[in-house]
Design a protein around this ligand. Structure first.
Ligand code: SF4
Length: 351
């Protein structure tokens, strides 16, 4: 398979290159690799080493991303390659995100789109690892997917440059942007090796300008990343910059990878965070990784009516009207796309 030349980089004197895909903006000498380990400078040109090398391909319910205000009930073909621009010590996909061997099954864009249609998916999700570091693969697939009437979604740490957001924007319909530890810069430095969190906020603002549907998550890590002041600060930033109707998911932490000596987040901490985010003015706050909890549901912010009941990634009961209004008070609920009530099979792997 020929190597794919990278998008969004500059050639510099001395055969060096500058990658402008993510906030790191790596300066890479000839023969060198980017921080993500999957982009290499060969003779003054930057190449993507993981193009079309899928390490995961599953048909998933869209609620798993999580996206709950975008085509609820849809099934999405979910693909990933190895590599990441973060080094999170708690990553639950560490075996692929931190993999140094660029392994994978050849699964080109045409095959991804064909598989999505064959498995009755309504869209494609670029997920599990960071899609920014397999940008060219995601971009080519997304272009083809749109031609076939499928939507595209990113599950991302948000560490993209505004140029990267603008480039993919015509083909990117929705994004889940994942925060950790309430966005605390010290937490990011210490546990994810990220020098500055500013690029995340900049890319979120660019997504908003580009009319991409955005849902934000925040992983609450007990003791080291569970400050309620941090939750309030992040929720307030979301309300002021993305709007009060932006879904905000507070996720339960489970011990994994190098941070396996910390227990799971207490339910009462998650509930406290839920209350703090709601009181900060967000209309749609959710808890994640707590199947069966009442805060997985959607409630009408006007009258409190329970509108969508969920269990984990599944929709158990749908009570909105055809035109997405609360049946009790008539409030319009901001949901993009239609409700896919056909249901879905359990997630399964294609590789
Ligand atoms: S994607 Fe990010 S980490 Fe990878 S080479 Fe480009 S700037 Fe560096």
């Amino acid at each position: 398979m020929p190597l794919r030349e990278a998008m969004l980089y500059e050639r510099l004197p001395g055969n060096r290159v500058r990658c402008n895909l993510c906030g790191r903006r790596c300066l890479i000498p000839e023969g060198g690799y980017g921080f993500c380990r999957v982009r290499k400078n060969q003779s003054g040109k930057l190449y993507s080493l993981n193009y079309a090398k899928a390490c995961a391909a599953h048909a998933d319910p869209i609620g798993k991303k999580p996206l709950v205000h975008f085509h609820p009930g849809a099934l999405v073909m979910s693909i990933a390659t190895v590599g990441c621009n973060f080094r999170c010590r708690f990553c639950d996909n560490w075996s692929i995100s931190q993999e140094t061997d660029i392994r994978g099954t050849y699964f080109p864009p045409e095959t991804v789109v064909k598989a999505a249609r064959e498995h009755e998916c309504q869209g494609i999700s670029y997920t599990y690892t960071e899609p920014t570091v397999f940008f060219e693969y995601a971009y080519d697939t997304a272009v083809l997917a749109h031609k076939q009437g499928l939507f595209n979604t990113f599950v991302t740490n948000g560490y993209m440059t505004p140029e990267a957001v603008r480039t993919i924007a015509p083909y990117l319909d929705a994004a889940t942007v994942d925060f950790k530890g309430g966005g605390d810069p010290e937490f990011y430095k210490r546990f994810s090796s990220v020098p500055s969190v500013n690029p995340i906020y900049e890319s979120l603002k660019e997504m908003k300008r580009q009319n991409i549907h955005v849902e934000v998550t925040n992983l609450i890590v007990p003791k080291i990343g569970d400050s309620m002041d941090g939750i309030v600060e992040l929720a307030t930033w979301i309300r002021e910059n993305l709007g009060a109707d932006t879904p905000f998911h507070l996720l339960r932490f489970h011990p994994d990878y190098k941070l396996n000596n910390i227990s799971s987040t207490e339910i009462r901490t998650l509930e406290e965070a839920y209350e703090a985010a709601t009181e900060s003015g967000l209309n749609y706050v959710y808890l994640g990784n707590v199947p069966g909890h009442r805060y997985e549901n959607t409630y009408c912010p006007e009258c409190g009516e329970r509108l969508i009941e969920r269990y984990g990634f599944s929709i158990v009961k749908w009570r909105l009207t055809e035109d997405m209004k609360c049946p009790s008070c008539g409030k319009k609920i901001p949901i993009v796309g239609k409700f896919h009530k056909e249901g879905f099979s359990f997630p399964y792997s294609l590789l």
